[in-house]
Design a protein around this ligand. Structure first.
Ligand code: FAD
Length: 382
């Protein structure tokens, strides 16, 4: 086993770190305060190739393996989770689903735009009444000649008001997961509305929206994969998506460590830097341990994917551990900052607010435990 990065991987990580330090980190506090990331960053992310990672070059992608993808997402998460989320959703959940399940026409229509940042995607699974139990979703798609007509409401959709295409999961058949079909819905379709959701605890710079589909008509060519296979599309996207959330969490935890070590060596109390007090060192050591453990779990998932091996349960483990670790790291970093951690002149409060949602979306921590428990025992406790 060799944990050393290849030259290409190390170069991608360096490029991402420089991009983040130049284009993202200096603006993160302002974007958080104003509740809006400057969306010009999307085209820049496209230009530098980060929106096309793992997608074949013939569709505008920048190729690369999944470890490279995780290294870049870690750096983006270090800079601003709101920006990392844009990439995780538009590339990770939408473009990668199109690449995997799409027809040639769907790939040619959407992938060059998504990978260049000319368009953004959003992923519409959650509904007001169905979150963890997504298989019970109620948005309907009814066949009408060569078209489908979609009606329903989607909740908490990342990139919702920015997106050009929504990957929407709708019921075309009976109850349960076998009755669900996936559709690529242009967001300028008549009957499609995105309403911004404000007042979030974290990820304030990111557009989160409620999507209302009121008789939205799409051709059968907008159907992604077979009718009745939508849940397969969603679960496959989320299995990889959990790895990308986990990679972002490693970035948050690393940012917490960098900030806490920097502050602890400068701030003096009792006549010496607080870093010289053993209980402060304990906080730093605990953060460092979480960073390393979370990163290794993420790298294992990437390695499994790149070797074509089964990875879904390992992805759940990485997401569960890394998201809880990011919350712990941010809490400890804030403690190191004392009262200064509690105001947004320093970033650690934002790290804590941003980290919390990682334990909630793409399957809560409880749901990850049930997935791991089911794999261990063969018994579903859902
Ligand atoms: C900022 C943000 C962005 C999001 N982005 C997207 C997006 O882009 N696309 C999308 O589709 N969704 C998105 N979501 C939705 C997110 O995935 C859901 O919020 C999440 O899946 C949980 O669903 P819920 O909120 O309905 O909670 P619920 O499912 O109602 O869960 C509430 C509580 O009950 C627990 N629980 C539920 N079932 C069980 C069980 N069987 N056993 C034990 N405990 C259980 C949960 O763990 C949780 O603690 C986003 C959410 C947020 C907050």
């Amino acid at each position: 086993m060799n944990l050393e990065l290849s030259d290409e991987q190390a170069a991608a990580k360096r490029l991402a770190a420089e991009f983040v330090d130049r284009e993202i980190a200096p603006h993160a506090t302002e974007w958080d305060r104003t509740e809006s990331v400057d969306t010009a960053i999307v085209a820049e992310l496209g230009e530098v190739g980060f929106l096309g990672l793992t997608i074949p070059e013939e569709y505008g992608g920048s190729g690369g393996d999944h470890l490279t993808y995780c290294l870049v997402l870690e750096e983006l998460g270090r800079g601003d989770s709101a920006v990392r989320g844009i990439v995780s959703v538009s590339l990770g959940l939408v473009a990668k689903s199109i690449d995997h399940y799409g027809t040639e026409e769907q790939k040619r229509t959407w992938l060059p735009r998504l990978t260049s940042g000319a368009a953004l995607g959003c992923f519409g699974l959650t509904e007001p009444g169905t979150g963890s139990d997504a298989a019970q979703l109620r948005t309907r798609a009814v066949r009408d000649g060569d078209d489908w007509v979609l009606s329903g409401t989607k909740m908490f959709i990342t990139n919702g008001t920015w997106a050009d295409v929504a990957l929407v999961f709708a019921r075309t058949g009976g109850e349960g997961h076998r009755g669900i079909t996936a559709f690529l819905v242009p967001t300028d379709s008549p009957g499609f509305t995105a309403r911004a959701i404000h007042g979030k605890l974290g990820l304030r710079g990111q557009a989160t929206a409620e999507l209302v589909l009121d008789g939205v008509r799409v051709p059968d060519g907008a159907r992604l994969h077979d009718a009745g296979k939508g849940f397969t599309v969603a679960m496959a996207a989320l299995a990889k998506g959990r790895m990308s959330v986990a990679a972002g969490c490693v970035g948050i935890a690393q940012a917490c460590l960098d900030a806490a070590v920097g502050y602890a060596t400068e701030r003096e109390q009792f006549g010496k830097p607080i870093a010289g007090h053993q209980l402060v060192q304990e906080l730093l050591a605990d953060i460092a341990l979480d960073v390393d453990a979370a990163r290794l779990l993420v790298w294992r998932v990437a390695d499994l994917i790149d070797r074509g091996a089964e990875f879904a349960v390992e992805s759940s483990k990485a997401k569960l551990f890394a998201s809880e670790a990011a919350v712990r790291a941010a809490d400890r970093a804030l403690q190191v900052f004392g009262g200064y951690g509690y105001i947004d002149e320093f970033p650690v409060g934002k790290y804590l607010r941003d980290a919390k949602v990682m334990t909630l979306y793409e399957g809560t921590s409880q749901i990850q435990k049930l997935l791991i428990g089911r794999a261990l025992t063969g018994v579903s406790a859902f």
